[in-house]
Design a protein around this ligand. Structure first.
Ligand code: SF4
Ligand code: SF4
Length: 371
């Protein structure tokens, strides 16, 4: 199998292909309809996948609808990203136990994570995984829990063919094509899939089902290219171009921050659904007899009061300063930290904002003050 070979598999071939992963000890997780949204759930049978389901999204709005389409991936991302599989919302880091002789022992957390194959990862979420890898694995200290979970993941990306009205990955350069870094990369066509392995492990596992692989025809390749172009053209939102970091930091006193604060509820939904956020807090849960203490790490948010509390002082006392922190970090100081913006254009923060605040519109409003 050549390194960059693209193959065609028939629609009926996807399930046998996934069974190859099951035989290799992976739990398969994929898109499924749950709580009236599309989320990543364990997939036990083919009918668990969202055949014929589509979504409508706008600021503060998400709705699913169904038709007779055979397609499994004709929807844009729901609220859940890959982040919870790598950086859980609550994680036990260690426990400490007081022994009878008065000494303290520190106990490690969970055993080895299970092997998980995630089907249906979009380009924006692949880019977000790369960003979280930078934060948790490529910094001066590696996060061992994250590293174990990352090594246990097999990622199956699928090009996004139906972006939502809130998506803008084309303007951040992170989609709608899923890129080449997943283990398998798929493009769904009317009658099947183009598939390409992006890693050695992906290649090894694809070879196990060589009987399912066909050489794609030119019209199948053309269909994928056309679909990709349509998905780009369907996106009407775009972040401002140019040096966004400098522009935002030149506008720390913009009246736009106060305007958005009049709408914002400081609920933190936007940071919960964002695939790149990594802020957290750490807490102790101590047993009543004080013999055992569990040390937890939990997601935190720019919008929580505690997150701005430092050395007895609240550094972000109001919603305007918290929203400004969220946007100037995500679109500004990430460039200094990680060499790129922290936004991958998934649009979740806009869809899931109960106040209907449009992240792109706010960025454009702040930057427009320059002109
Ligand atoms: S800031 Fe919003 S659009 Fe950008 S990655 Fe986070 S949730 Fe997605
Ligand atoms: S911007 Fe929206 S989602 Fe984010 S904290 Fe404010 S109200 Fe909540």
């Amino acid at each position: 199998m050549a390194e960059d070979s693209t193959y065609f598999i028939e629609r009926s071939g996807l399930w046998p292909l996934l069974q190859t992963l099951v035989a290799e000890g992976f739990d398969v997780v994929g898109p499924a309809v749950a709580d009236q949204t599309i989320q990543y759930k364990p997939i036990y049978q083919e009918s668990d996948l969202p055949k014929g389901w589509h979504d409508q999204q706008s600021s503060g709005h998400y709705q699913l609808y169904h038709d007779m389409s055979e397609r499994l991936f004709a929807w844009a991302n729901g609220p859940q990203a890959i982040r919870p599989f790598l950086f859980p919302s609550d994680e036990l880091l260690w426990s400490s136990k007081r022994m009878e002789d008065g000494s303290l022992v520190f106990l490690p957390p969970d055993p080895q994570p299970t092997k998980i194959a995630i089907l249906g990862v979009r380009g924006c979420d692949m880019a977000a995984v790369n960003l979280q890898d930078q934060h948790f694995l490529q910094a001066s200290h590696q996060d061992l829990g994250y590293q174990k979970r990352r090594l246990s993941l097999f990622l199956i990306a699928v090009d996004c063919s139906h972006p939502a009205d809130t998506c803008f990955c084309a303007s951040t350069g992170d989609g709608p094509h899923a890129g080449g870094e997943a283990d398998w990369n798929l493009a769904e066509l009317d009658n099947g899939y183009l598939i390409r392995a992006g890693t050695d492990e992906g290649r090894r596992l694809l070879e196990k089902r060589a009987s399912l692989l066909q050489m794609p025809t030119q019209s199948q390749r053309d269909e994928a290219i056309y679909q990709h172009q349509q998905a780009i053209e369907a996106q009407s939102k775009a972040l401002p171009s140019g040096d966004l970091s400098s522009v935002l930091f030149a506008h720390l006193d913009s009246p736009q921050w106060q305007r958005v604060a009049e709408q914002c509820l400081a609920c933190g939904n936007c940071t919960s659904v964002c695939p790149t956020c990594f802020c957290h807090k750490e807490t102790e849960q101590v047993s009543l007899d004080v013999s055992v203490s569990d040390h937890y790490r939990s997601w935190d948010s720019c919008f929580s009061q505690g997150h701005g509390y430092m050395a007895g002082h609240q550094v972000r006392p109001d919603i305007a300063s918290r929203y400004r922190q969220w946007m100037t970090h995500k679109l500004g100081s990430w460039h200094q930290q990680y060499g790129r913006s922290g936004c991958v254009g998934c649009g979740r923060c806009t869809t899931w904002c109960p106040a209907g605040i449009d992240f792109v519109a706010v960025a454009n409003a702040v930057c427009a003050e320059d002109s």
